[in-house]
Ligand binder design. Structure first.
Ligand SMILES: NC(=O)c1ccc[n+]([C@@H]2O[C@H](COP(=O)([O-])OP(=O)(O)OC[C@H]3O[C@@H](n4cnc5c(N)ncnc54)[C@H](OP(=O)(O)O)[C@@H]3O)[C@@H](O)[C@H]2O)c1
Length: 241
C-alpha cells in the first residue's frame, strides 16, 4: 500500500516505522515546511493518506485529500466542532474518511467498557462521575479528543448529566473533565463513579505511541478500497453489546 503522511511529527514518524515494517511504502511526507509539495498530483500517487497534524490545519488537509479522491485517515484532534461540514464534504465528493479520537485498540476496547459501565450506572444516580485525562505538555488541545468521546458516550446513557465541562464544577448536571499536562505522559484517561460509600474506577494508560500508530495502519489497510464515513468500531469488528 502506498501511504501519504500528512504531518510527519511524533505520530507521523511512529506510523512510518510500523508501515515500513509491514511492507508498505511512504510516498509523501508533509510538514509545515514543505506544504508546497502537498499537491493534488502528489496525493493522487497514494492509495491512502494518513493525517496527524493539528486542530488548525486538519480540515483543510482532509478536504485536499477528499478532493483528490484519496481515502483519508484522520487522527488530528481538537477540530470536531466542524465535523458536520467535513462529513458533508466527504459525501459530496463520494470520498472515504475515517476519523478516530484514538486509534489504539486498547482505547477502543476501553470505549466499549465505558459504554457498558455507563449503561449499568444509568439507574444509580447516587454516584457522581468524574473524568481525568493526563497528556504530555506539548499537547495543543484540552480536553483530549479521547476524553470528549468518553464524555459523549457517558452523556448518552447517564441521564443525570446534561453536558461536560473542562473544569471543576459543583453543578450536579455537569460532567467534570479535569485535564492535566505532565511531561512524558503519552495518554491516561480515567473515569470514577463515586458515592458516599464506595467508588468504581476504570483507567486506560498508553505507555507509548505504538498503539496509536498500529491502529492507524490497520485502519488505513481497511479503508483503502471502501467508500463513505468509516469508524474504528467497524474496523475492529466490535458488535453492540
Ligand atoms: N487519534 C489518535 O490516536 C492520536 C494519537 C496521538 C496524537 N493525536 C493527535 O494527532 C495530532 C498530531 O500529533 P503529533 O504528536 O504527531 O504532533 P506533532 O509532533 O506536533 O506533529 C505535527 C506534524 O504536523 C505538521 N504540520 C503542522 N502544520 C501542518 C500543515 N498545515 N500541513 C501539514 N502538516 C503540518 C508538523 O510540521 P512542523 O513540525 O514542521 O510544524 C508536524 O510534522 C494532534 O492533533 C494530536 O492530538 C491523535
Amino acid at each position: 500500500m502506498k501511504i501519504a503522511l500528512i504531518g510527519y511529527g511524533k505520530m507521523g514518524k511512529a506510523i512510518e516505522e510500523i508501515a515500513l515494517s509491514k511492507g508498505h511504502q511512504i510516498v509523501l511526507k508533509i510538514t509545515s515546511s514543505n506544504i508546497d509539495e502537498f499537491t493534488t498530483a502528489a496525493i493522487k500517487n497514494a492509495d491512502v493518506a494518513i493525517e496527524f497534524t493539528n486542530p488548525h490545519s486538519a480540515i483543510n488537509n482532509l478536504k485536499k485529500c477528499l478532493q483528490a479522491g484519496v481515502p483519508v485517515i484522520c487522527g488530528s484532534t481538537g477540530w470536531l466542532n466542524q465535523w458536520n461540514g467535513i462529513e458533508a464534504f466527504c459525501q459530496q465528493h463520494n470520498g472515504t474518511l475515517l476519523f478516530a479520537s484514538n486509534f489504539s485498540i486498547g482505547v477502543n476496547l476501553f470505549f466499549e467498557l465505558n459504554i457498558f459501565l455507563a449503561k449499568l450506572m444509568s439507574n444509580h444516580t447516587n454516584y457522581n462521575i468524574l473524568m481525568e485525562e493526563i497528556h504530555h505538555t506539548q499537547k495543543k488541545d484540552a480536553p483530549s479528543g479521547t476524553a470528549i468521546t468518553l464524555a459523549e458516550q457517558i452523556l448518552q446513557h447517564v441521564t443525570t448529566k446534561e453536558n461536560w465541562v473542562n473544569h471543576a464544577t459543583q453543578n450536579a448536571d455537569e460532567l467534570e473533565i479535569i485535564s492535566k499536562r505532565i511531561d512524558a505522559v503519552t495518554g491516561t484517561h480515567s473515569i470514577k463513579y463515586t458515592s458516599a460509600i464506595d467508588e468504581i474506577e476504570i483507567t486506560h494508560k498508553a505507555f507509548n505511541r505504538t498503539g496509536f500508530a498500529a491502529g492507524a495502519i490497520l485502519a488505513a489497510e481497511y479503508i483503502k478500497d471502501k467508500k463513505g464515513i468509516i469508524t474504528m468500531k467497524e474496523v475492529l469488528g466490535f458488535k453492540n453489546f
